[in-house]
Write a protein that binds this ligand. Sequence first.
Ligand code: SRM
Ligand code: SF4
Length: 572
Amino acid sequence: MLDSQSDNSDLIVEGKLADNERLKRESNFLRGTIQQDLQDRITGGFTKDNFQLIRFHGMYQQDDRDIRAERAKQKLEPLHNVMLRARMPGGVIQPDQWLVIDDFAREHTSYGSIRLTTRQTFQFHGVLKPNIKHMHQVLSSINIDGIATAGDVNRNVLASTNPVESELHAEAYEWAKKISEHLLPKTRAYYEIWLDEEKVHSTEEPILGSNYLPRKFKTTVTVPPNNEMDVHANDLNFVAIAEGGKLVGFNVLVGGGLAMTHGDTSTYPRKADDFGFISLEHTLKIAEHVVTVQRDWGNRVNRKNAKTKYTLDRVGTETFKAEVERRAGVRFEPSRPYEFTSRGDRFGWVDGIDGKQHLTLYILSGRILDYPSRPLKTGLRKIAEIHQGDFRMTANQNLVIAGVPPEQKEEIERIAREHGLIDDLMTPQLKNSMACVALPTCPLAMAEAERFLPELVSNVEGLLAKHGVPDDHLILRVVGCPNGCGRAMLAEAGLVGKGPNKYNFYLGGNRNGTRVPKLYKENVTPDVIYSELDTLIASWVVERTPNEGFGDFVIRKGIVAEVKVSKTDFHA
Ligand code: SRM
Ligand code: SF4
């Protein structure tokens, strides 16, 4: 393996390093003084450095923003707590594990919910300091951890869901686990701090390096034709290529990412570039060296421009790719043909390959909780108590009850219906809408998203009905800030929080998630958005070509310009 010193040192950004670089370097391989902070019960929070370091262990310090002002009035510190994000490659969880996380959410979190995320895992919100260590121990008892689900590392690796649907899906899942393991930090910090493992001093991070990556890094293993995980949101994608039903290798797509900063045109959402095809035996080596090139060339001076997408645009995709080839000792072959023809989850029952069936449930914003008329959490608990297969969390915040034998189908469907987990009245619009968490827990939220979604969807449903197409839909997504966690930057109609009740309104993504939308109206209220959509949907319904999606229509009509190359087109 090559050492971390690249021979292309002119490609490294010079300047004063971001403070996160100092804290990673001084952290003693992610240990920091987290252990001391845990003992300090005067505050519910962590020190400035540990605030960042706990992210590498899967946690974010938060407080409930709904009660922040009231507490400040009473001269109380914010009610600090942590959000935990679990590591769950491919989103697979067993019923016995489910029962344990269900108990923990009820007994030890402020909100009582299990929150499915856009990256095939779950989060607990509102865990107070005295419960944090216990939480990791409970998770460890069921073989779940929070390692590297946040921080400047390779995050939870996604894999096309319904793995038992075909052999390809099962293989994608196996690869997701292997890649996740291969790219994990090697430090034992997590085990020492949370699981009381004996302290070991020497650690090496042969892949991530002692300063870890310049920024977060995201990976998928995707089985076309469904782009259910939105490959273009990810730094590294392995797109499965099959011959005669057998997986033979992957097309490798590098440098996707969706975040931007309002008012900073050096930031933009960007699609991933196609590097070419590799055969299976090179998978881990290529994963490793896309990571090491980004590790060495990524911008460590300005975190806003630190992700792989900016490295590609700065050094050139061909230069980056050639360096990956050089380090891995592997040449990319020309890409093999594949197509994305759909996106999102297939709701309801799907037949498996082995006589088993899978039930995909729509979970509104992934929030599993007992609502007065829809006791979702209790329903899933009851299903977990009898289910013989497993659960699969999707990248769209939904849940698959996978591997149901025919004799249990009726029973599972009955429980799901009784608890509001299946609702025949759900519209295609609802099923194609998504929001990020935003308020009250997300410290970065500028506007509501999850709590605004029901109102937004019901208004758009109303417009579709008004124009005579109640069964049609737009890919509709709302996020509370331009970080874009609900992937609004791959929606046909995307709302990005700008301030309380104000959104930037984007149009022109496509159905399959292969185009970034463009700004249509800036800083507008929901009422303006509804009125604009009223006019746009009216003309779409009348003037569209057969099967033309809303996003394609607004581009064809010149309502917004197409974003072809983000760096030049997105802000133009
Ligand atoms: Fe995200 C930060 C929630 C998927 C881009 N994201 C956050 C934080 C942790 C806020 C913070 O830094 O303090 C949010 C916690 C809110 C809360 O209370 O739970 C948060 N992100 C989420 C989740 C839970 C949204 C959801 O509704 O499901 C998703 C968790 C995924 C997971 O399990 O790992 C989530 N975040 C995404 C995605 C979508 C994706 O990956 O498919 C993106 C856009 C894709 C991308 O990375 O380009 C995304 N989140 C960000 C960013 C911007 C990163 C950047 O490139 O600048 C931040 C802020 C940051 O990192 O500085 C962020
Ligand atoms: Fe928070 Fe912004 Fe992500 Fe929404 S998009 S969860 S508001 S960081």
